[in-house]
Design a protein around this ligand. Structure first.
Ligand code: IPE
Ligand code: IPE
Ligand code: MG
Length: 242
């Protein structure tokens, strides 16, 4: 047994593997993205039920614009479809929706849907869901550096780690305790680069459209077994021997 929280306060998920899920079935990639959207509900419901406070979902990276225009448009349409369809039930379940990333580059329809979802749920006190759209960890840091340099005008001695944290899109959110990446890839793909300094990771070969509450439970159980030391020592090793 260790002294750490058994349930993570903040879970972040890289929702990956939609394309391969579709390919396995001889379907177009967009069918994989549609199936991926369907997997979100169960995860949100279970996080809510388990008392997790923050869930961050990586939906579209700053690098995903490199994909064919048709696929990018389909993803943007799906975002609008998802928010339109789910917002009432999310709101009823006290879920608060925010986004992280640069929304200004999104199609107007998507921006409007996001604005309406975030303002509708802004007073909710249950699960906080942050959707990462046009998000990139490096882009977020550049954005923060620009803001900090304007604000501090060279007073560099006043800048510390909390200054950086509070100028990120995730300002006010705790760092992720657990980062989940399905699909078999063992990389971060520009997700939460600053925030993951002491995150725990859970990788799995399951493709995102097949991800369900059992995988979530497995990841949380694995997290519960971890021994987070943050560079220090275990509690038991810290005791002075008499
Ligand atoms: C994740 O699935 C969705 C986005 C990145 C938007 P992918 O589309 O990356 O699926 P794979 O990796 O090709 O299987
Ligand atoms: C990461 O997946 C981004 C999202 C899931 C939104 P990618 O499929 O874009 O990542 P790479 O290209 O495999 O690194
Ligand atoms: Mg992928």
């Amino acid at each position: 047994m260790n002294e750490n929280k058994v349930i993570p306060e903040h879970i972040a998920i890289i929702m990956d593997g939609n394309g391969r899920w579709a390919k396995q079935r001889g379907l177009p990639r967009t069918a994989g993205h549609k199936a991926g959207v369907e997997a979100i509900r169960e995860v949100i419901e279970n996080c809510s039920q388990r008392g997790i406070k923050y869930l961050t979902l990586y939906a579209f990276s700053t690098e995903n614009w490199k994909r064919p225009q048709k696929e990018v448009s389909a993803l943007m349409e799906l975002l609008v479809f998802y928010l339109k369809r789910e917002i009432e039930s999310l709101h009823r379940n006290n879920v608060k929706i925010v986004t992280i990333g640069d929304m200004t580059k999104l199609p107007e329809k998507a921006q409007n849907e996001i604005k309406s979802a975030t303002s509708k749920t802004c007073k909710n006190t249950g699960l906080n869901v942050a959707i990462a759209i046009n998000y990139g960890g490096r882009q977020e840091l550049v954005h923060a550096i620009k803001k900090i340099s304007l604000e501090y005008e060279g007073r560099t001695e006043e800048i510390d780690e909390s200054t950086v944290s509070s100028h990120l899109y995730t300002c006010g959110m705790p760092d992720p305790d657990l980062i989940i990446r399905p699909s078999g890839e063992l990389r971060i793909s520009n997700f939460l680069l600053w925030q993951m300094a002491y995150s725990e990771f859970w990788f799995s070969n399951v493709l995102w459209p097949d991800f369900n509450k059992d995988h979530l439970n497995e990841a949380i159980a694995s997290y519960g077994e971890r021994n987070r030391r943050y560079g220090g020592l275990d509690l038991k090793d810290r005791k002075v021997k008499k």
